[in-house]
Ligand binder design. Structure first.
Ligand SMILES: Cc1cc2nc3c(=O)[nH]c(=O)nc-3n(C[C@H](O)[C@H](O)[C@H](O)COP(=O)(O)OP(=O)(O)OC[C@H]3O[C@@H](n4cnc5c(N)ncnc54)[C@H](O)[C@@H]3O)c2cc1C
Length: 474
């Protein structure tokens, strides 16, 4: 039996497009290698405890924003708690809660990092963010040069509106804007931008930096029960979800594809790959497809994450998210900032009463973890450092720690078949028109996820899902 669509991978992109196509009446089969859904945005069990794998914040779930639009289309109301402040930044002796309310945030920011231009700068950030979300109607096609050129015209209103910021290097723009900038303030801005843009200020335009700095002015949510529960709801209308089913290879025929798991062959008219654009080529032996994916391998920046997962037993109260900024980068990482997320005190589905599940992440390079020699020692060294940093900054005692373990890019590769994390960083090199698209020059073969249009995270991947749906409808 041949399905209309085979979707390979149940990350945000794969699950959302499978759900939308199923809702339209298509016969869809969703293949996921693991037993749980969600990829980088999943949750998993270790012993008696549950952890969010990577993503811990749901952004874009508000009126006029893409994530809510997709959930509303599917008639899904997720179980969420609004999180405000979205993050509390701990930086030496400074604590800056990033409240959604401008004045509430600004007061502390200005006290911690005083500068005469502060109000003008943060009002500009707020304004760019506000205006961006009013734009609609743009799409990105990549099947051939004509389709691509035509689609690029749909960005013209957005380009004209934000031209000044799109063409300006973020680091230069910020330096020119402020004149002199204290080192600590620079570190604060750099660390905040990295969370969303996945790249340093020197590599991105100011428009991307502004949207990254502004994410806390939008609504952000904590997902009750862990992120995988959200995916179980998201794909509830997909009749054929095959967990523990890794697609090992795909062959292309005149009018269909054959997808091979370890024990089965499945035929589909169209294939949507949620594996990364850097890894998808490994599934094919066919010259044209291999050539297409080979072209994109050079975009792989090898950026990845080192994770520390902890369960603690504590009576204290914690915010949902912290960023701890140090003066120098941590060893075997690319960053001096550690992102630490706590489960909600009331969320007894993810951690037993009186316990917290903690997911901490820091940017690293996947190549730091390739060499088997010394791997365990490097991992242990970083685990110990991060554990101590969390204990000191968040006042956690050794005896409160119930479980603690780390994960590297190799761990991610073993479970969800990707070592690069964070997808396409929005750098000048990776911006439109160089960004890989959701459609491909190969008939009936499509991509979705954070390594292709539009970007990483819930809002970025969902914009790609909406784009793909539009291309499939055309
Ligand atoms: C540490 C970390 C923290 C983050 N925090 C946030 C956050 O707080 N908020 C936010 O919005 N974003 C966050 N992000 C980014 C966000 O998680 C990702 O951009 C997003 O989840 C990627 O979705 P995706 O659609 O690309 O799929 P992926 O997450 O890449 O999932 C792909 C899925 O495909 C499966 N797969 C791959 N190959 C095959 C195959 N051959 N056969 C079957 N299955 C296959 C994998 O097992 C996986 O489940 C974070 C990312 C990381 C790494």
């Amino acid at each position: 039996m041949m399905s209309d669509f085979a979707v390979v991978g149940s990350g945000i992109g794969g699950s959302a497009i499978a759900a939308l196509l199923s809702a339209k009446g298509y016969d869809v089969v969703l293949f996921e290698k693991e037993s749980y859904l969600g990829g980088c945005s999943s949750s998993f069990q270790r012993g008696d405890y549950t952890y969010n794998t990577g993503a811990t914040t749901l952004a874009g779930y508000e009126e006029g924003h893409i994530v809510k639009e997709v959930f509303d289309t599917l008639g899904i109301v997720p179980n969420l708690i609004e999180t405000d402040p979205s993050i509390v930044v701990l930086h030496g002796d400074k604590t800056t809660p990033r409240y959604r309310d401008f004045e509430r945030f600004f007061d502390t920011l200005d006290a911690n990092y005083p500068h005469a231009k502060n109000r003008a700068f943060w009002e500009l950030i707020h304004k760019i963010n506000d205006e961006f979300y009013r734009f609609d109607g743009h799409y990105y096609a990549n099947a051939n040069l004509f389709a691509k050129t035509k689609s690029l015209f749909s960005f013209a209103p957005l380009f004209w509106k934000f031209k000044k910021y799109l063409l300006a290097n973020a680091q230069t723009f910020i330096e020119d804007f402020f004149g002199t900038l204290e080192q600590k303030y620079r570190q604060f801005l750099e660390s905040q931008v990295l969370i969303v843009a996945q790249a340093p200020l020197r590599e991105i335009n100011f428009f991307t930096a502004a949207l990254a700095l502004a994410y806390t002015f939008n609504k952000n949510y904590y997902v009750m029960g862990g992120f995988s529960t959200l995916f179980d709801t998201l794909v509830s209308g997909v009749k054929n979800v095959r967990r523990c089913s890794e697609i090992r290879s795909i062959t292309r025929h005149e009018n269909h594809f054959e997808l091979f798991t370890k024990t089965q062959i499945h035929s589909a008219k169209k294939v949507i790959l949620n594996s990364t654009v850097y890894d998808s080529g490994k599934l094919f032996h066919d010259g044209d497809v291999l050539g297409y994916y080979k072209k994109h391998e050079k975009l792989d920046n090898h950026q990845s994450s080192f994770m520390l997962y902890m369960t603690i037993k504590s009576e204290k109260s914690f915010h949902h998210h912290y960023q701890i900024i140090h003066d120098a980068p941590f060893p075997h990482t690319l960053s001096q900032a550690l992102f630490v997320s706590f489960s909600d005190k009331e969320d007894i589905q993810i951690a037993p009463k009186g316990h917290y599940s903690i997911t901490a992440s820091i940017h690293t390079d996947s190549r730091f973890w390739e060499d088997k020699e010394g791997y365990k020692a490097r991992k242990k060294e970083l685990e110990d450092i991060l554990r101590k940093v969390i204990m000191v900054h968040l006042d956690i005692k050794e005896e409160e720690i119930v479980q603690c373990f780390g994960a590297t890019s190799r761990t991610f590769n073993r479970y969800i078949k990707r070592a690069q994390l964070g997808g396409n960083a929005m750098t000048f090199k990776n911006f439109l028109p160089f960004l890989p698209g959701n459609d491909t020059p190969i008939k009936n073969l499509y991509n979705v996820g954070d390594s292709v249009y539009a970007a990483q995270g819930w809002p970025g991947v969902m914009l790609g899902v909406k784009n793909l749906q539009r291309l499939l409808d055309a």
